[in-house]
Design a protein around this ligand. Structure first.
Ligand code: KIV
Ligand code: ZN
Length: 519
């Protein structure tokens, strides 16, 4: 079977999704999980874009040794230099260079002639080869480029030293048949094409990213780029978990395989969804809540008699646990630690101690603590890295059908100062958020608010996800508590703390923080 390399860009193209801003700890956790999943290459960010991106790429490259770590770079020397500084400590440093090749991008965005684009691409590859053993070159908007020009520039960058050629469908425009034909055209018209690896990178604007990626494999691609859960700019990127499972289930047809440990798919998908705040639609292939649910009587009857009647993917294949272990108030620290480890999380002694306190508090109020509850508590403990900003001390909310909802909130500001405010609203959550806005002394617009229960039952934990805009920055936040209002307050504070963190980083590095335009 042909081996297909999986290039994960959740932390670069995926992080470009509107309202997604991961901090360093969150990026590292995702990178570790991607390594466990078995991806071949992690695109950790765009080092020249900002100090934050640079540090994240550097730390990921220095931490992850089970796969190659790469970073994106425009075709300019300063970007390549920054990328080398960030990536040189990695196990297998590689660079991802790109430049646009479509008439529309060259004329309007780059304002360069095709000859100038060829020259910039070739000299960037040659310059990058001084540092990097592996240089991947991408023709941005390749699918709207003229094929003879695409073949010419690809021939020249291969001659200059590129060893991976990526053909992005940047705007999600192509169809599977056409995409396959581009690969065939390049394989027939580019000198030395057999010496390089051909890569597909698809966006999902017309809902064809996965189908296009699979068509590329049929026409000679040996590397597929995409993101977990298909997150990414606009409609997102190709969902890697769908491609990997399609190759596995239909190996009879594709005759191709990946290195992925498919049983890590569900955990990876959950982690990415929770940390980015991007919900997985219930009907999403492979990882959606309903992907393995059989609703109609005829289907249920069939599955009970013989699973394969209606089930082509078993939930266990992608790591969906059918029975979750239950802990309770008599469970000790040892049992908790064991379960945390079995669930695949690595916590420091201090984190375990804090988790144990939260676990006991919850166990006093809730009879059974399920794996989902535990994971929600782990997230609270492990990813609350905003201690230098606002923390919730207490809330009090009054609501009655004939009363004006009123909230009183006490926060601490990270320097030990207490802030107390009160405000009203037309509902409890609005009263709470009006009060918090007063505490922050910043205008905050709530863009989205979602609530879900972590497990079943009336005593379930509530998990709230919000998206906010403040000081022209969009962020998302999450909060978990047994009470929905407390969870709402935590989510809002979490999102606003991210705004302050981004502002602080920008302040610290005014010059380099400006993200260069990708498109
Ligand atoms: O979609 C795209 O063209 C990209 C490139 C930067 C590879 O993400
Ligand atoms: Zn892209």
């Amino acid at each position: 079977m042909r081996k297909i390399n999986i290039f994960d860009t959740t932390l670069r193209d995926g992080e470009q999704s509107a309202g997604v801003n991961l901090n360093l700890h969150e990026k590292l956790e995702i990178a570790r999980q991607l390594e466990r999943l078995g991806v071949d290459i992690i695109e950790a960010g765009f080092p020249a874009a900002s100090k934050g991106d640079f540090q994240a790429v550097k730390q990921i490259a220095e931490t992850i040794k089970g796969c190659s770590v790469t970073g994106l770079s425009r075709s300019v020397q300063s970007d390549i230099d920054a990328a080398w500084e960030a990536l040189k400590g990695g196990a297998e440093p590689r660079l991802h260079l790109f430049i646009a090749t479509s008439p529309i991008h060259m004329a309007h965005k780059l304002r360069m002639t095709p000859e100038q684009v060829v020259e910039a691409a070739v000299s960037a590859v040659k310059y990058a080869k001084r540092y990097f053993p592996i240089v991947q070159w991408s023709a941005e908007d390749a699918c709207r480029s003229e094929l003879p020009f695409l073949a010419e520039i690809v021939t020249k960058v291969i001659e200059a030293g590129a060893s991976v050629i990526n053909i992005p469908d940047t705007v999600g425009y192509i169809t599977p048949k056409e995409y396959g034909e581009i690969f065939t055209f390049l394989r027939n018209n580019v000198q030395n094409i057999e010496k390089v690896s051909l890569s597909a990178h698809c966006h999902d604007d017309l809902g064809m990213a996965v189908a296009n990626s699979l068509a590329a494999i049929e026409h000679g691609a040996t590397q597929i780029e995409g993101t977990i859960n298909g997150i990414g700019e606009r409609a997102g990127n190709a969902a890697l978990e769908e491609i990997a499972v399609a190759l596995y289930i239909r190996k009879d047809y594709y005759n191709a395989t990946t290195r992925l440990n498919l049983q890590e798919i569900k955990r990876t998908s959950n982690l990415v969804s929770k940390l980015t705040g991007m919900v997985i639609p219930a009907n999403k292939a492979v990882v959606g809540k309903n992907a393995f649910a059989h609703e109609s009587g005829i289907h249920q009857d069939g599955v009970l008699k013989e699973k394969t009647t209606y089930e082509i993917i078993s939930p266990e294949l992608v790591g969906v646990q059918s029975n979750s272990m239950v802990l309770g108030k008599h469970s000790g620290r040892h049992a908790l630690r064991n379960r945390v480890e079995e669930l695949g999380y690595t916590l420091s002694e201090e984190e375990i101690n804090k988790l144990f306190v939260r676990f006991k508090e919850l166990a006093d109020k809730k009879k059974d603590i399920t794996d989902d509850d535990l994971v929600a508590l782990i997230f609270e403990e492990k990813f609350d890295h905003f201690k230098e900003f606002y923390q919730l001390f207490s809330i009090q909310v009054q609501y009655g059908t004939n009363q004006i909802p009123t909230a009183v909130v006490v926060l601490t500001d990270g320097q030990g100062n207490e802030i107390q405010e009160a405000a009203t609203g037309s509902g409890s959550v609005e009263a709470l958020y009006n009060t918090l806005e007063r505490c922050f002394q910043t205008d905050v617009t709530l863009l989205d608010y979602r609530i879900e229960s972590v497990s079943g039952g009336r005593d379930a934990l509530a998990q709230v996800f919000v998206k906010v805009r403040a000081n022209e920055i969009e962020t998302s936040g999450r909060g978990t508590a047994q009470d929905v209002l407390e969870a709402s307050a935590k989510a809002y504070i979490n999102a606003v703390n991210r705004v302050f963190m981004i502002e602080k980083m920008r302040e610290e590095n005014k010059k380099s923080e400006k993200r260069p335009a990708l498109r």
